[in-house]
Design a protein around this ligand. Structure first.
Ligand SMILES: *Cc1c(COP(=O)(O)O)cnc(C)c1O
Length: 397
């Protein structure tokens, strides 16, 4: 009772609430939390059959756990992906999605505007294993085309990008990848599966940091990789089982409960972010507002087509450099200074001294990250209060 029937189509909100639900004989309304590392077998014959793969029961929570599987199934249903595998963090998802199939001699093309950890994996970790990369301006399709070589196995991107919220054409880049015999891997954290499902545009693999909007309440880390069944059996499954980036059942349970409200939270955050972006755009001490939902965004039409809404992040530049940005952040009363995002609480970060401080000044300039730039993750507070806090802090400048 209450579980989704296979083969039947359900709306997104129904999948968010009931996808992957498999009730125990006790009939609990909420998802059961199987907080266990291992599983006992009723006989050595059963143990043997499970290890051989003749019996698909559980073996060990690094391999699989009923609560984690419920989270994986729910996420796959939301995304419209054939399968999902959960990981302990978003970075475990990114590094696993790359390392599980790339080998020496392979080449990766990635959009330059990338989460710091992703850039480290591609620029620092992969070369140690003989995997090279080329970074391109993700919005320039000719640059993608020019960078693909016969050795290219992966095209990697984030859209919207961090922190400059550039929008990349998923369908066009997927076509370039497939023409070159490569896979497109999309880090879909900023858009969330509520606004954008990259597989609908041809992406082969989608990765998430569930730490962000999926939990969205600042409680736990998590991640996920979504792919087709062939990629799972050929590459991902054995790699995950033996390298161990597995998600804790407790965190999977928290994330399952979070998914129930994901649509509500993300839509409310987008509404608040749109209102806050408009307020900031009218402020004389704000030089520039970047928000994919505003008509003055350079890729406004693409953002509308791909994401529908503008997202929950607003990036803006104040009139000044680091000293003014710090003065502004110090003057905030309600909005927290934090590098996290997608949280119920509004959070602000100064990318050039935090998330992007490791980059050279030249690399920051290439990305358009300036010292007067701030990235605001708009939360669920009353948008009028968020706007008031920003306005009173701008007055201090
Ligand atoms: C946060 C984030 C990650 C990493 O996720 P963790 O859960 O912190 O490991 C990867 N990509 C993007 C775009 C992110 O915002």
């Amino acid at each position: 009772m209450g579980e989704l029937r296979p083969g039947r189509e359900y709306g997104l909100k129904t999948r968010l609430v009931r996808g992957g639900l498999k009730r125990s004989p006790n009939g609990e309304t909420s998802e059961a939390l199987y907080l266990t590392s291992g599983f006992a077998y009723d006989s050595p014959e059963t143990a043997e059959a499970r290890f051989k793969g003749d019996d698909d029961g559980y073996v060990y929570s690094r391999f699989g756990n009923p609560t984690v599987v419920a989270f994986e199934e729910r996420l796959a249903l939301i995304e419209g992906a054939p399968v999902a595998r959960a990981t302990a963090t978003g970075m475990a998802a990114v590094s696993t999605a790359l390392l599980c199939h790339l080998r020496q001699g392979d080449h990766v093309v990635a959009a330059r505007a990338m989460f710091g950890g992703c850039r480290y994996v591609i620029e620092d970790v992969l070369p140690r294993y003989g995997i090279t990369s080329t970074l391109v301006d993700g919005t320039n399709l000719d640059a993608w085309r020019a960078a693909v070589t016969p050795q290219t196995k992966v095209l990697f991107l984030e859209t919207p990008s961090n922190p400059t919220l550039e929008i990349i054409d998923l369908k066009a880049v997927a076509e370039i990848a497939h023409k070159g015999g490569a896979r497109l891997v999309v880090d879909n954290v900023f858009a969330t599966p509520v606004l954008q499902r990259p597989m609908e545009y041809g992406a082969d693999i989608v990765v998430y940091s569930a730490t962000k909007h999926i939990d969205g309440q600042g409680r736990c880390l998590g991640g996920a990789i979504l792919c087709d069944k062939k990629f799972l059996t050929d590459h991902l499954l054995t790699f995950i089982r033996n390298t161990g980036p597995s998600l804790s059942p407790f965190n999977a349970w928290v994330l399952l409960k979070s998914l129930e409200t994901l649509d509500l939270r993300v839509r409310a955050m987008c509404e608040h972010a749109a209102a806050v972006a408009d307020v900031l755009a009218r402020e004389p001490k704000v030089k520039r507002v970047i928000y994919p939902g505003r008509p003055d965004h350079p890729q406004a039409a693409l953002a509308r087509a791909q994401m529908g809404l503008g997202g929950s992040l607003v990036t803006f530049e104040i009139d000044g450099a680091k000293a003014e940005a710090f003065k502004f952040a110090n003057a905030l009363n309600l909005i927290d200074i934090s590098n996290n995002l997608g949280d119920a609480k509004s959070l602000i970060t100064h990318p050039s001294t935090t998330t992007h401080f490791r980059l050279t000044p030249q690399a920051r300039a290439e990305l358009g990250v300036t010292d007067g730039m701030l990235r605001l993750s708009v939360g669920l507070e009353d948008p009028a209060d968020i706007a008031d806090d920003l306005r009173q802090a701008l007055k201090m400048l």
